[in-house]
Design a protein around this ligand. Structure first.
Ligand SMILES: Cc1cc2nc3c(=O)[nH]c(=O)nc-3n(C[C@H](O)[C@H](O)[C@H](O)COP(=O)(O)OP(=O)(O)OC[C@H]3O[C@@H](n4cnc5c(N)ncnc54)[C@H](O)[C@@H]3O)c2cc1C
Length: 408
């Protein structure tokens, strides 16, 4: 039998930061982790570069989240600036890139994991790997009884930081939802977000791997605009993904009926229709004897042009000086509103985060303590909060982890 003051379940960014904050306050900390090492998801985050946070003004952080109001207090206690200071103070150099995204200067998520391994070691945080927690009970004497694969552990307080359900191969398989439910918490139905979109068009395979920059992507049903995002996208074997699409998926999560949804791409969002028409007229004037398929290379990625023109019933062989007004209008329509049919969102296997989880109404936002079970705390993606791409999900994991660690 093992008795500990604070036990943390899960060694992802939330659990790690909770351990750091608690140990820095002199608490004795044990982390139980089912994997054989810390931070398995952290290791693949940001495509192996680890987008740690976002350097936007602190006061605007919460605006980038589902249930962002719940996070305001945590950000006031440990903000993006606080997190960056923490890294720099402990020797991890950072760099700020496009979109205010913050990465380790070495561009290596492995360096971030190594950094945390050293910090935990220096603070003498005890780690118990390959030790999956099955159940947590609160005894009548107020002590928690934690049943894990390797032992029965007793603890005065517990932080549940076991993550969501997405990318289950990293260890986040939704165990924490079951544990929280058994302890009396409500679990908001988990759904995958920050994921790609499957499209109905079979031919989309031909565009696989083609990336688009500075496009606007809309999800519409009839005249209603359901969501719109701007930025980068990439076509996949089954549809479309990339940062703008991932953010778009957050607005589509939880919609009960996906029938009739269309995905519209505006390839030239910076140009209004009149400016675009002027540009086309000028291209056709400059290239009177060039084939349309070649002229369009000045406006679109080369490998999408055949299918693009086909969608408008236009021949790629017409010459610049043969294009009629109505053909020009078709081109404008296709450039501004190229249409696909939404099929479905990709699933948990590929989703960057999970929406849903522990109902935030049942958690004190100032401490991350359960309002139902005193001594039980939550941190990270297990909570029903999720952010946009750009470092926001790691920031909320670190902030809620910090607050839970200080208060547990
Ligand atoms: C491919 C990918 C790229 C991403 N890139 C970024 C990015 O660049 N920037 C960003 O902000 N966010 C990114 N995210 C999201 C971010 O990684 C997560 O939101 C964050 O890791 C959540 O932290 P967490 O500690 O709450 O949970 P997790 O990181 O999921 O950690 C939970 C831990 O708990 C353990 N665990 C689960 N159940 C048990 C149990 N029963 N017993 C013991 N241990 C258990 C798991 O093994 C895991 O180690 C990315 C996600 C993915 C999938």
């Amino acid at each position: 039998m093992l008795v500990n003051r604070l036990t943390i379940i899960g060694a992802g960014p939330a659990g790690i930061m909770a351990a750091v904050a608690a140990a820095e306050k002199g608490k004795k900390v044990l982390i139980l982790e089912k994997n054989k090492a810390i931070g398995q998801k952290l290791l693949i985050s940001g495509a192996g570069r680890c987008n740690l946070t976002n350097d936007i003004p602190v006061g605007q952080l919460f605006e980038n989240y589902h249930n962002g109001d719940f996070l305001r207090n945590a950000f006031a206690q440990f903000s993006n600036q606080g997190l960056m200071q923490f890294f720099e103070d402990n020797g991890l150099k950072l760099v700020v890139e496009r979109g205010q995204r913050v990465f380790p200067a070495s561009q290596s998520a492995q360096d971030v994991v190594n950094f945390f391994r050293n910090v935990l070691q220096n603070l003498r945080v005890q780690l118990w790997f390959r030790n999956r927690v099955m159940k947590v009970e609160k005894q009548e004497d107020g002590i928690f009884r934690i049943l894990s694969k390797k032992a029965e552990i007793f603890s005065k307080s517990v932080i549940l930081a076991s993550g969501g359900k997405s990318y289950p191969r990293t260890g986040s398989t939704g165990d924490g939802y079951r544990i929280a439910k058994q302890l009396g918490h409500t679990i908001i139905k988990p759904v995958p977000v920050l994921c790609g979109i499957n499209l109905k068009e079979e031919w989309i395979k031909q565009w696989q791997g083609i990336s688009l920059k500075n496009v606007s992507i809309r999800a519409v049903r009839g005249e209603q605009i359901l969501a719109e995002e701007f930025g980068e996208a990439v076509f996949t074997h089954s549809g479309i993904s990339g940062p703008a699409v991932l953010d778009l998926s957050r607005h589509l999560a939880g919609i009960k009926n996906y029938g009739g949804i269309k995905i519209l791409i505006d390839f030239k969002p910076a140009l209004d229709i009149i400016t675009l028409e002027t540009r086309l007229i000028s291209e056709f004037k400059k290239n009177p004897s060039k084939a349309l398929k070649n002229i369009m290379r000045n406006l679109l990625p080369r490998n999408i042009i055949d299918e693009f023109l086909l969608a408008g019933g236009l021949s790629g062989e017409i010459k610049g000086n043969q294009i009629t007004v109505s053909q020009r209008h078709i081109l404008i329509f296709l450039l501004k509103k190229f249409q696909f049919t939404f099929d479905s969102l990709r699933g948990f296997d590929e989703a960057i985060v999970t929406r849903g989880g522990v109902n935030v109404k049942e958690v004190n936002p100032k401490t991350m303590e359960s309002r139902i079970v005193p001594g039980l705390f939550f941190a990270g993606e297990i909570l029903d909060v999720d952010g946009k791409t750009g470092g926001f999900n790691l920031q909320s994991a670190f902030s809620t982890g910090f607050v839970a660690g200080v208060n547990a």
